[in-house]
Design a protein around this ligand. Sequence first.
Ligand code: 13P
Ligand code: SF4
Length: 302
Amino acid sequence: GNFNETQQKILKLKKEKNALILAHFYVPLEVQDIADIVGDSFEMAKRAKEAEEDLIVICGVRFMGEGAKILSPDKKVLVPAIDAGCPMADMVTVEDVLRLKAEHPDAAVMAYVNSSAAVKSVADICCTSSSAVRIAKSQDADEIIFVPDMHLAEYTAGKVPEKKFILHTGFCPTHHRITEADILAAKKAHPDAKIAVHPECRADVVKHADFIGSTAEILRFSRETDAREFIIGTEMEIAARLQREVPEKKFYSVTSAFVCPNMKKNTLQAVLNCLENEEYEIRLDEAEAAAARRSLERMVSC
Ligand code: 13P
Ligand code: SF4
C-alpha cells in the first residue's frame, strides 16, 4: 500500500512486537488503514477473544480496551489514548443496576457493551447494537433491564414485543444530538437517498430510516444496496469510509456535527507512541473482570 512515514513506523513495530491492532470504524481512516481488523463492537470483542498475539492494541474507546482485556486476560492490552472514554458508558453505575434489580427481581440484566467492567460484572449478559435483538430473544426471563442506552433499549423493545423492557436513562451524546428536524432536512436535500441509521439515534430519527443497524451493518447495507445516494445516520467516519470505498455512489452525513470526539483521540501519533512505549496498558480488578467475563462470553457465544 501507499503508507506515510508514521504508518510505516507503526507497521514495522507491529510486526517486530507481534502485536494485533483492532480498530473501530469511528477512528480516523488513516488509523483504520494500519489495523489488522476494523470492526463494529461485536466483531472487535470476538476477534480480541481469539487473539494469539501477545500484544493487543485497541483503537477505540476505553470500554473496547477493557472488553479485550476481559476476554483475553493473559494478553497485554494497550489503548493509544488513555482519556478516550465513552460518555454513555459513564452514565450507568453498579448502584443503578442493583437498584433496578431490586425493583424487578425476575428480570434479566442486559448491559450494552458501552458500559464499565464493573457494570458488566453485575449483568447477566452483554450485547452490542448488532446483537441486542437476538440476545434479548434468547433470554428466558420475560422482563429485561436494559442499561445504559435508552434509545437502543427502545429500538430493541420494539423488535421483541413479547418481553417487557425496563429502561435506563443513558444515551450517546453524539447520536442523541441528531434531531428529527436534522433527518428531515437531509431528506429534503437528498430526496432519492436511502437512509441508514444507528439504533443509538432517537426514536423519531430511527423511524425515518430505510435501514437500522450497527456500524458494520450500515457499511454492508450501503455497499450492497442498489441505490446511488445514501444518508448516513451515524458518526461521520462511516460516510467518509464509504465514499472512499465506493466513489460511484454518494454518501451524506446527516449533519456535519456527527462526530465522536473520543474516537478521534486515536491519532496515528498516539498509535505510534502506544507501540513504542507499550502504553497505556489496561489493568482491571481480577474478580470484577472474571464476573464481567461471564456476561461478555455469553454475548460472544450467543
Ligand atoms: P457499533 O457496535 O455499531 O460499532 O457501535 C459502537 C458505538 O459506540 C456506536 O456509537
Ligand atoms: Fe460512545 Fe457515542 Fe462515541 Fe459510540 S459514538 S463511543 S456511544 S460516545
